[in-house]
Design a protein around this ligand. Structure first.
Ligand SMILES: [Zn+2]
Length: 69
């Protein structure tokens, strides 16, 4: 599938230009793939890594304070 750069209409590979507005510029539109899917997955990775790291940092801080006090 192709996606028109101008009007975002999805159209067939065989078509030379957009059937709606006639613009020839297009981008590849893979079936069943949403453009924001990748960024959502990246956010979850950051949460999965960031939260344990944050907890670990607090434990380290408490340990250092106990060591000094
Ligand atoms: Zn178009």
């Amino acid at each position: 599938m192709k996606r028109c750069e101008k009007c975002r209409t999805l159209y067939s590979e065989e078509a030379a230009a957009c059937p709606k507005c006639g613009v020839k510029e297009y981008e590849e539109a893979p079936a069943g793939e949403k453009p924001d899917k990748g960024s959502v997955a990246r956010d979850w990775i950051w949460l999965a890594v960031g939260i344990p790291l944050f907890i670990g940092l607090i434990y380290l801080l408490v340990y250092v304070i106990k060591l000094l006090g």
